[in-house]
Design a protein around this ligand. Structure first.
Ligand SMILES: Cc1cc2nc3c(=O)[nH]c(=O)nc-3n(C[C@H](O)[C@H](O)[C@H](O)COP(=O)(O)OP(=O)(O)OC[C@H]3O[C@@H](n4cnc5c(N)ncnc54)[C@H](O)[C@@H]3O)c2cc1C
Length: 396
């Protein structure tokens, strides 16, 4: 296979440490995760035994909690290093990359007690978190959340509902975004153990992709939590959620570049092998131009990805990072949608067969223009930032 990580590639300008990290992630994706793709596609998920084996492999390969500090049981990688890994994981279909758990970024703000109870075991693969913000009436506009946490003696009583909770099936606790006493200015994130009385799964809808995990809907009925279950402080909910979005959006951008790269590699190989009208289809200009456009689109997205992640690795400017992550997520997710669509076209009827990775990638990347803020919302963020801070933050 014509592999894009050969010499003369961007990778050759990486430090040896970064090249090794990237190679390790590539091998993990190809040797450990890709063999599960068919099982996941056919069964719309992975069985418990497979998930257990992968979890052990993630730990053995030291790919657990790459986004958390070593002292908290993670790998303590920079944003740039995380990106190198996520790019390779994005090549795996059916979102099996999500088995390489990256606990929510805001967890690093946990108290010492919360770290012992939640964060360290999560980073060590013994517990699993899921982040629950979205509700029936609160999607792009989370201020419409009606999940509330009313103050009671010694803690809070949570009532409400959360939708689309990714990994909600495998998680044993949820990070629930709720408004204290129903006041949106008091938005707060709570640790809620799934086995707490009053926490129920409402339903588990089916989605376009055949994801390694589910995205259930949860109901919270008079769920009692004590003061120790607040992550950060009362009223910090939106800041924590924004931090989560930044990290999640960078992860999406990196995985989209990986997904598009695999789709291009498949299409390029197919175009070389497939003969019609007595010649390889790559010799038809219509196909060659598609390959050219796909290649340039990935090159542009990848250049942006590497540059922005390198900048963010060295910057603690929360607002600037939020602004740039929105641009990156928008560009890379739209690029991946287009590239995967063209790859399907190049494979013709075979591109529409689920047994081919291109078909699964095409389906998988569709959600990247929706979750963690739709493309329209990313454009709204970028437009707002230009108005407030000028163009320099993007093109300076
Ligand atoms: C598979 C999947 C997994 C998910 N996982 C999670 C999760 O783990 N945790 C979680 O909390 N959420 C999760 N989500 C929810 C996801 O973040 C929301 O679906 C997303 O933010 C959009 O919200 P919505 O679906 O309610 O769409 P809506 O907000 O209703 O938007 C509908 C349409 O209107 C557009 N629109 C809305 N407002 C504007 C505006 N101001 N300007 C222009 N256009 C606008 C949108 O772009 C969209 O096209 C997940 C979603 C999916 C599909």
């Amino acid at each position: 296979m014509a592999n894009l990580t050969e010499t003369n590639s961007f990778q050759s300008s990486l430090s040896l440490k970064h090249q090794n990290l990237q190679r390790k992630a590539q091998r993990f994706a190809e040797e450990v995760l890709m063999p599960y793709e068919s099982q996941c596609e056919e069964n719309d998920g992975l069985d418990q035994a497979s998930l257990y084996v992968i979890n052990q492999d993630v730990l053995n390969w030291e790919l657990n909690a790459i986004n958390h500090a070593k002292e908290d049981g993670g790998q303590g990688l920079t944003i740039f290093e995380q990106m190198l890994i996520n790019e390779q994981l994005g090549k795996v279909t059916n979102a099996i990359w999500d088995t390489v758990f990256q606990p929510a970024y805001p967890l690093r703000l946990a108290t010492e007690q919360q770290k012992k109870e939640y964060v360290i075991p999560t980073n060590q693969g013994l517990r699993r978190d899921a982040y629950a913000i979205t509700e029936e009436q609160a999607g792009s506009d989370p201020s419409q959340c009606i999940t509330r946490a009313d103050r009671v003696d010694g803690g809070f009583r949570i009532n409400g509902e959360k939708w689309f909770v990714t990994v909600g099936d495998a998680a044993d606790y949820l990070l629930v975004h709720a408004h204290v006493d129903g006041d949106p200015s008091q938005a707060t994130v709570f640790f809620v153990d799934k086995d707490t009385e009053g926490v129920k799964v409402k339903r588990t809808p089916l989605y376009t992709h055949h994801f390694a995990y589910e995205h259930p809907e949860f109901i919270f009925e008079d769920v009692l939590v004590d003061e120790m279950k607040i992550l950060g402080n009362v009223g910090e909910g939106y800041d924590l959620t924004k931090d989560w979005f930044v990290e999640a959006r960078l992860g999406i951008a990196a995985r989209c570049v990986g997904a598009a790269t695999r789709a291009l590699e498949s299409a390029n190989d197919f175009a070389a092998e497939r003969q019609q009208f007595g010649k390889s289809i790559r010799n038809f200009q219509a196909i060659e131009f598609k390959l050219a456009d796909m290649t340039v689109a990935i090159m542009a997205a990848k250049s942006m990805l590497y540059r922005v992640c390198s900048d963010i690795s060295e910057s603690y400017d929360r607002k600037a990072n939020h602004a740039r992550a929105a641009a990156l997520k928008l560009y890379c997710s739209e690029m991946a949608g287009n590239v995967c669509d063209q790859a399907v076209q190049i494979l013709g009827g075979r591109g529409y067969m689920r047994e081919n990775a291109v078909e699964r990638l095409w389906r998988d990347v569709r959600v990247d223009r929706i979750w963690e803020g739709t493309s329209e919302i990313q454009r709204t963020i970028i437009g707002g930032q230009i108005k407030k801070r000028g163009l320099g933050i993007y093109v300076g």
